[in-house]
Design a protein around this ligand. Structure first.
Ligand code: F0G
Length: 534
């Protein structure tokens, strides 16, 4: 057991008389909160009330950093268990300002003490996001090579249960909260689909004007339909995701008169919300630490948020070791894989004496923010992007969610890999759709990008990097209904031309395909097709 168990007991909810045992709010409140540039050679700091897509001095990414109280209560999780008992009907999700029970009901905000940038809780936006769960998947574990008789287990963190059907709602709840703090009127994002769907839902509920920039023909219909249905102004740009992001950033940063608040994951407040996916994985395991977290990588916001979550939990003394991280990309958009495994780009934690930061670091809560500063070989990264430009390299994968060649969170992903002793791999489109179908066949279900995490876990088991007796948590990032074209295309062998999604780069072997059976309108033929006729 790796959780710090001192003065802690699990079990049923607390009665009124026991509530006095819960941690007091003043023991959880940070002494200060700011935005800070992760570049150790710059380390510029900004107020949390500023709206920035990057450091004004050096252009690098910003973190939200907290100066925590010296000792965080070791029975913190008891408070979380207590909050999780809130009933949905009483919570009034979507109301503004949110009631305490609405905050407790949210799978993001019941952990609010671990993302306390909001200052005044009346700014918090919630629509009941993050009530997702961790499922043990024994049949699937066996199929991918884990030995369940030997302590090996596969867990699926099913983020498709979020209100908009993907993990993005975790981040949107936090970013919309910051947007409320700074009185934003117009919000925008570039998206491969899920960010735009989540943005549109939160925009509809908060009444903020929403703009989404999507690559022409680069979005699954389930996701496009959400942006349209929830009333976001949807701009189909003649370009890919990387082009869309460059444009929306340009407008947010260089056209202040338009007043756009940027909702992409360069926004550090988004990532604060996405940390809670890891808190829920731990919660689902009764606060035991899994051996591996496996997550698909696109713009690399999610894996970055996971790294930050574990650095902070460790510094706060809530856990005493961190799991390893595996980031899985599609072979057609494997920039991080190439940077790490071929070009040797790594993160160097500048301020950590042992230079293994979170893994070996003994730094405690008040100085946790120091763990976020570091450097990496920026010249190598620039040269690689230049080479990609010169060769006109564009991302291409059936998993359109992760069809991204210039992941903006690359530095933070390098930091997460460093802190969590991580690895990066990429898998083919065939492996992606095959594992997506396998997840579905065994009763769970996910969209193509999420299938990459299970395909990646199998690859790492085959390579001997993940041992068969280890406990592996794969993140299923989006719902099975998000991309019906790929699913129907896989099962029927048809290329779904109605949508511009291109399946030509993937030739499913169809090991678990389940095509519909065409049959005459005649009873004996139908029984025969059902496999029950004479
Ligand atoms: N899985 C799904 C279903 C996604 O939608 C995304 C990203 C990822 C994985 C990758 O996550 O970017 O944090 O590494 N979708 C973004 C979007 C880019 O616009 O919806 P990441």
């Amino acid at each position: 057991m790796s959780r710090n168990t001192e003065s802690f007991s699990f079990g049923a909810g607390l009665g009124d008389s026991d509530r006095s045992l819960l941690p007091r709010q003043d023991s959880l409140t940070p002494i200060s909160t700011k935005q800070k540039c992760l570049n150790a050679q710059c380390a510029a700091e900004y107020s949390v009330n500023e709206v920035l897509a990057g450091c004004r001095t050096c252009g690098e990414l910003l973190d939200v950093v907290y100066q925590w109280p010296t000792s965080f209560p070791t029975n913190y999780w008891q408070l979380i268990e207590h909050r999780a008992l809130t009933k949905g009907a009483r919570a009034g999700a979507g109301a503004f300002p949110a009631s305490d029970s609405a905050l407790d009901f949210s799978g993001v905000w019941r952990f609010r003490d671990l993302l306390p940038f909001y200052g005044d809780p009346r700014h918090i936006v919630t629509i009941g996001e993050g009530r997702t769960n961790l499922q043990r998947a024994d049949a699937l574990a066996g199929k991918i090579g884990l030995s369940t008789n030997n302590g090996g287990h596969l867990y699926l963190q099913y983020e498709g249960f979020n209100p908009s059907g993907s993990f993005k709602d975790n981040g949107m709840a936090a970013a919309f909260t910051h947007a409320k703090m700074v009185n934003a009127g117009r919000v925008a994002c570039a998206s491969t689909g899920n960010t735009s769907a989540a943005l549109a839902v939160y925009g509809a509920l908060t009444g903020m004007k929403c703009y989404v920039f999507i690559g022409d023909g680069k979005i699954a219909y389930g996701k496009l339909s959400q942006a349209l249905e929830y009333g976001a102004t949807t701009l189909q740009i003649a370009g890919d995701f990387d082009a869309c992001l460059a444009r929306v950033r340009e407008i947010a940063e260089n056209r202040p008169e338009v007043g756009i608040y940027l909702m992409n994951s360069v926004n550090p407040f988004r990532l604060e919300g996405q940390k809670t996916i890891m808190f829920r994985v731990l919660e689902g395991l009764d606060w035991q630490i899994p051996d591996w977290i496996v997550v698909p990588g696109g713009n690399l916001g999610n894996c970055s948020a996971f790294g930050k979550a574990f650095i902070e939990l460790k510094a706060l003394g809530i856990i005493d070791r961190v799991p390893r991280l595996a980031v899985i990309q599609a072979q057609g958009s494997r920039t991080l894989d190439r940077m790490v495994n071929e070009l040797g780009v790594t993160w160097q934690a500048a301020t950590c004496g042992s230079n293994v930061c979170c893994r070996g670091c003994t730094r405690k809560a008040p100085e946790a923010q120091l763990c976020f500063s570091g450097i990496y070989d920026t010249q190598k990264v620039k040269d690689e992007y230049l080479r990609m430009n010169q060769n006109h390299e564009r991302a291409k994968t059936v998993a359109t969610a992760i069809e991204i060649n210039r992941p903006v969170n690359l530095p933070k992903a390098l930091r997460a890999l460093h802190a969590m002793n991580g690895v990066v791999r990429s898998v083919s489109d065939e492996e992606i759709v095959e594992h997506k179908a396998l997840v579905g066949r065994l009763g769970f279900g996910c969209e193509p990008a999420s299938g990459a995490s299970v395909a990646g876990a199998r690859l790492l088991i085959q390579e001997g990097v993940i041992r068969p007796d280890e406990r592996v948590a794969c993140i299923l990032t989006g719902h099975v209904l998000k991309d019906p074209d790929v699913t129907v295309g896989y099962h029927t062998g048809m290329q779904m031309k109605a949508n511009a999604v291109d399946l030509s780069s993937c030739t499913p072997t169809g090991r678990v395909s389940n095509p519909p059976i065409k049959v005459e309108d005649e009873i004996e033929s139908i029984l025969h097709a059902m496999g029950v006729g004479r």
